[in-house]
Design a protein. Structure first.
Length: 283
């Protein structure tokens, strides 16, 4: 029986080469292979890689390196990046996802429809300044009529990159009301909402986001996102029904983290994940 509960399976996309981790590709790929062979392997998603660094995977991929292609330069990058990824397939690179940043959701959807292989999923990220009020509704309505997920940035290397709980609640509940899946990136290294003692940045917790994914009411979601007590969140996780877990993970599909160890350490400290413990569904 798996030691990784369904709530956590495939949740942690490996963004080790992105800030603030910035691990060299030559170190990050072997570390990823180690994660994928560890007892917690089912919790680990694909290796995230920017288009400009694909060539660095040559000779490192080994058998079946599952890669998520991150394209911050928009649709202009899509065709060349897909071709570059395809050229690495004989070396063991398996393209399992595309994350495309854009200022025009409809244009991004059209480009993905035209160029993306049918078996490769994609997520569309828009700048936060375009995700408010009527503009947010328009973006989500475009995506809900497509086969693609939304992608939300939940942090970064400056304080202004972190949405507060009310803003993030609006994004999550907008998706929940439409049945639109999403992934998150940046700032979710830890399980519980906290203030980073070194930077003073307010970080969302990934357990907060998982539990908030159940909510369709913005105020209720914001309240969950604001919770700072790990024991409260852990108790709520243990009380989730199988149906609620399915609803959560159909909504919040994954997040990129430059550290796989930090989320696992937090879960272990909360008693939610350990190599010799039963899965949450058996508790």
């Amino acid at each position: 029986m798996s030691t990784v509960p369904a709530l956590l399976q495939g949740l942690f996309d490996d963004a080790a080469v992105f800030p603030p981790g910035d691990l060299p590709v030559a170190e990050a790929v072997p570390a990823h292979h180690a994660h994928r062979s560890a007892w917690y392997a089912e919790a680990v998603g694909p290796f995230l890689c920017g288009a400009g660094r694909l060539a660095e995977l040559t000779g490192l991929a080994g058998p079946g390196l599952r890669v998520g292609l991150v394209l911050p330069g928009g649709s202009a990058e899509l065709g060349p990046a897909l071709a570059a990824a395809a050229s690495l397939a004989p070396a063991g690179v398996q393209l399992v996802g595309v994350e495309l940043t854009t200022r025009d959701a409809a244009e991004a959807v059209a480009a993905l429809d035209l160029l993306l292989p049918p078996d490769v999923p994609a997520a569309v990220e828009l700048p936060r300044e375009l995700l408010h009020g009527d503009a947010l509704d328009e973006v989500l309505d475009v995506l809900v009529d497509s086969p693609y997920r939304a992608k939300f940035r939940t942090g970064g290397v400056v304080a202004g990159a972190f949405p507060d709980e009310t803003e993030l609640a609006g994004l999550l509940t907008g998706c929940a009301q439409r049945g639109l899946p999403y992934k998150c990136t940046a700032g979710l290294h830890h399980a519980v909402r906290h203030t980073d003692p070194a930077t003073g940045f307010e970080h969302h917790g990934f357990l907060n986001v998982l539990l908030a994914a159940l909510e369709t009411d913005r105020a209720a979601a914001a309240e969950v996102l604001a919770e700072r007590t790990g024991e409260v969140l852990a108790k709520a996780v243990r009380e989730l029904t199988d149906h609620q877990v399915t609803v959560i993970r159909n909504s919040f599909t994954a997040f990129g983290t430059c550290s796989i160890a930090e989320p696992l350490d937090d879960l272990a400290a909360l008693g939610l994940l350990a190599p010799d413990s039963p899965s949450l569904e058996d508790r």
